[in-house]
Design a protein around this ligand. Sequence first.
Ligand SMILES: Nc1nc2c(c(=O)[nH]1)N[C@H]1C(S)=C(S)[C@@H](COP(=O)(O)OP(=O)(O)OC[C@H]3O[C@@H](n4cnc5c(=O)[nH]c(N)nc54)[C@H](O)[C@@H]3O)O[C@H]1N2
Ligand SMILES: Nc1nc2c(c(=O)[nH]1)N[C@H]1C(S)=C(S)[C@@H](COP(=O)(O)OP(=O)(O)OC[C@H]3O[C@@H](n4cnc5c(=O)[nH]c(N)nc54)[C@H](O)[C@@H]3O)O[C@H]1N2
Ligand SMILES: [Mo]
Length: 765
Amino acid sequence: MKFTAAHWGTYKVSKDEGGGFKLLPFSQDKDPSDIGRGIESAIRHSSRIQKPAVRRGWLEYQNKQKKTQRGEDEFVEVSWETAYELIGREIKRVISTNGNESIYAGSYGWASAGRFHHAQSHLRRFLNLIGGYTYSKNTYSYAAAEVIIPHVLGNFYNFLFDTTTWESISENTSLLLAFGGIPLKNGQINQGGVGSHNQRDYLKNASSNGVRFINVSPLKSDLETVNEVEWISIKPNTDVALMLALCYEIYKSGATDRKFIDKYTVGFKKFTKYLNGDTDGVIKNAEWASQITGLSSDAIFELIKEIKESKRTMISISWSLTRQSHGEQPYWAAIALASIIGDIGKPGGGIGFGYSAMNSIGDHYKKIPAVSLPQGKNSVKKFIPVARISEMLESPGTSFDYNGSKLTYPDIKLIYWVGGNPFHHHQDLNRMIKAWQLPETIISHEWCWNALAKHSDIVLPVTTSLEREDIALAPRDPYMVFMSKIIDPIGMSKSDFEIFSDLAETFNIRKEYTENRTEQEWIKWIYDESNTLQETNHKFPDFDLFKKKGWYKHPKPIDHQIFLREFIESPSKNPLDTPSGKIELFSKKIDSFQYSDCVGHPKWYGDKEYLGNASKYKLHLLSNQPKFKLHSQLDQGKVADGEKSDGRAIIEVNIRDAEARDLSEGALVRVFNDRGSCLAVMKISKDIMQGVVNIPTGAWLDPSKSDSISCVHGNPNVLTLDAGTSKLAQGPSSHTCLVEIEQFKEEPPKIKAFNPPKIIKSKRN
Ligand SMILES: Nc1nc2c(c(=O)[nH]1)N[C@H]1C(S)=C(S)[C@@H](COP(=O)(O)OP(=O)(O)OC[C@H]3O[C@@H](n4cnc5c(=O)[nH]c(N)nc54)[C@H](O)[C@@H]3O)O[C@H]1N2
Ligand SMILES: Nc1nc2c(c(=O)[nH]1)N[C@H]1C(S)=C(S)[C@@H](COP(=O)(O)OP(=O)(O)OC[C@H]3O[C@@H](n4cnc5c(=O)[nH]c(N)nc54)[C@H](O)[C@@H]3O)O[C@H]1N2
Ligand SMILES: [Mo]
């Protein structure tokens, strides 16, 4: 039996005689995801990169004369030998003239599942052997939390993965107040692979067990269970104001859990001074929050009543709340609220982070220790917070703040990108496209002609995970899968490992890079080394047996994990990893940084770009995760069509906003602001708050020559804000964005996102 695994699930593969294949649900999967079937139509799609290719302008002028722009140029196909020679020569030149620091290989992105063919690990392993590279820190997923949580609550990854488990919620929670909902569409994913999708069952069980869910979100669909869910629609980016008002009103009414506050937190007094308005003259009461959030004071008091009457309250905050201007604050404010309620560390109570953001969150499996491909050591110390890429390219040498340090941007001459798509993930793409013209050379490995490939100078074709063997071993998922090779590599594509092994030859370091192991030997090495880390009574089966069966389920569940239970049981014996050892409602450390956009306690900052401040652009654009794909992956496949209309992205618009603009269902609209514009198709809905619109991410960028449309396909990142969350985390702010929409009356431009660029057969080939 052959299996394959992806971030969106495990699939049984059935091959037909003509060389085609189908992905069938994995028998162990309770709730298989359709996303995987996207590969059936994508793998041989005309967008597939067949051969190494070099941008003509780069090849002819090596960028000495910038006659052509990245993204607009033709490509020349070359042999692998020529490609390696060009890359080897260029990397050596850049290192000798500008040093390794001038190579950027932050190379953020999800690439494929599979523990051996992890694209970035190969890039880093290769570059570390030749002196290193400027790297990136933190993620696009939750950078603001990654940086603030250690100041407030201790280790971020404990917060992320030791979340109170669903069983504990089902059995003990009375009220689950979910900011940003618990979107089941996102639970399809698990980084590194997933055996069985459980989030739907968990939600259903909790709901049938009588847990009361309240969805605080601009989108109703963010929380769906078997029972009716109360939906409190809130203006995007204003949750902090609501949380602060809940804190203030509970505190003022004398219902604070004083014992909890005194024993487990520091800084409550300073925080309440702010709530009382002692520091700024503004009392953070329900009336105040009502002006900001769009909720009535009555609704806020109703919520307070529910919290007070609830025996056990869980405050859940979705990851999306970090991806907004001041994205540090929703986390800090939610932690303050949970502290005032006092249920932290108790079964089913306290605070939870990102239920259903991935399948493993709130799951009850213990981490399976596993080794990764060793990456070696990076001799370059320079890094950027990952979402500051455009600024880095625009402003070499400029200094900026980050988590208490002053850093400077390096002067990047060469970008090497494998396994991610910045033309998907980054904000304000028009700005990025300009900045992207500045480096001397850009190299990428891709399997399809997406915007990253089209905006590179040298593009090397990689195999997909169906064209090579691998092992799926995600530490937070109990299933391990042997990923069979299903078809031969398409065109001249090679795995990232093969490419870097060959490239290493140019630097005389092939042996150091491969350690004389083949792909198969590395997979076995990962299996064997990981096996040495397992407890004696839970060793993996013999490798050949595992390979033959195709999968293995780790037997050891843990149940009823309760976040921070040990700390609550004994704060002196199990202090938190914060300066005080307690929950910091006031952080002396953050206060000492003297950042005006992130002071020493949770605070409402407002922003220049949210509905409370809308003038020219009156709608708040959300760009949430797509239901039918992972980010931009498999957008060219058939499954992704589920989220499109006539091949274009769909924009969900409240019925009153549609009426006010005289826009009808299915109409083609131009969505625009000062940063850019895209086309999308209208879906009129009552399930989105008035004043809010949503375009899921993932449509491949399809730039147009016309100044009035930046993307004809519907990539929302031509519109989103590219600014750090604050000086503390400098995280991305994609959910902070105001736009306007209007009917698009011209002839609809053709979608060319999936067309390869013009390719010239080279004499050098
Ligand atoms: N507006 C807006 N923007 C967002 C977000 C949002 O909410 N709103 N969310 C953000 C978040 S949370 C994230 S994590 C990012 C995700 O952003 P990315 O992770 O960059 O997006 P992907 O589309 O998954 O990119 C993976 C790329 O790797 C390629 N690939 C796949 N397998 C291989 C392989 O084996 N080798 C190589 N070399 N390449 C391979 C795929 O073809 C694809 O182009 O987006 C962020 N951007
Ligand atoms: N199907 C699918 N699943 C995925 C992914 C994917 O691409 N496709 N990506 C994966 C990745 S990399 C990540 S990081 C996670 C991300 O997981 P999340 O961060 O949960 O993802 P989103 O879908 O962006 O956000 C969830 C909801 O938050 C709401 N929201 C946005 N802004 C606000 C706000 O200011 N206030 C409130 N109250 N609500 C708000 C939106 O309505 C949105 O639908 O998802 C993972 N799961
Ligand atoms: Mo993410």
